[in-house]
Design a binder for this molecule. Sequence first.
Ligand code: PHE
Length: 442
Amino acid sequence: MAQREHFSNKLGFMLAAAGSAVGLGAIWKFPYMAGSNGGSAFIILFILCMILISLPVLIAEFMIGRRGQADAITSFKQQAPGTPWYLVGYLGTITSALILSFYSVVGGWILSYLVRALLFQLKSTESTSYDTLFQSIIQNPWEMIIAQGAFFLITIFIVQAGIKSGIEKASKIIMPALFIFFVILAIRSLTLPGAMEGVRFMFVPDFSKITGETVLLALGQAFFTLSVGISIMITYASYLGKNENIAGTGVNVALMNVFISILAGLVIFPAVFALGFKTDEGPGLVFVILPAVFEQIPLGNFFLIIFFILLLFATLTSAMSLLEMVVSVVVKDRPKRRVRVTWLLGLFIFMIGIPSALSEGVLSHIRIGSQSIFGFMEFLTNNIGMPIGALLISLFVGYYYTTNESKTELQTKPFFYTMWIVSIRFLAPIAILIIFIAGIFF
Ligand code: PHE
């Protein structure tokens, strides 16, 4: 058997895992969700849900992966022979492929915007506002397919190169760049006159804004943004040496994610308030409001280009993890197959994604329930695949592993272990069941 490839060290692994986590969730979804759900109240709830519920599940996935040293399905088979637990790996594989099929659509939107910004064509005119520009881009079938295809090409190109020279290398360049440039962008936004109103919106809590729905949204976001529930983190941790500390790494990944989410908010909200826009724009916040915001500040086009490059990078490191999860299941311990498998699976998932790419335009008449194809894919993965996966993973590590096993795997202080096991056995499963039921019936 060929030797399994490993990350070069803990830092490489941590940046790759953080790269998977930090993506559209932190930079695109978090600001518009916070913007429409009471700002600070949502942010506090989100951070609580992350610490108490999704971080413990992330650590559980790291455990299964590091212990298994194999793809997700094989890891379950080895650790629970003769039981149906390996189906959790299959569920993760299918959910990852489906997420990638529509995640790449938004990747395509970003590429389209970036190319326009580089050509100085991302401008509103008297006849077209940014809203109509956004609509015309996402409704243009050829542009959408080409953009999504280009996004796939970049993702495939990195993943086929393998763990060390593909994923790890890309993450080691992209993640630090993300931190540095986001700080610069936030400073730009924070120094606009009137920016403090935006800071107040994010940090002065107004608990009257908290409703049952806010709690559910915060919880859903805490899961999506850490990439947990679909065995991606099992896959990444399987390329980790046996002795690496997973609890600390999990905490760092969660911290980096919160940090980038808050920075994204600090780029967007101060500017939105300073220039008199509204915060509750929904999904268009980044694509419709941000160009309008940057248009009004000196060197705006330059900052806008930086923003979209960063958003593209962050989206790529998450897309890489989605593709890697699926590829690893087929490659197994035959690394020679990696290049071919990556191309084939990449093309296949691209094709599954085409209907989503066209669903805002030529296929907008197709509705599943009341949703577009894109919306339905998102519903299927966010509201069904991810919560069921996360629930089963917490039950597996919480109850199938003996206390001794999980203690030895976690190798951490007794206090931290107790917090973690209480969450994995009780808090996480109950919370996930609640989001699951509420997400389907309300
Ligand atoms: N965490 C990623 C983001 O926030 C999305 C993602 C979810 C990636 C699940 C992989 C798996 O953008």
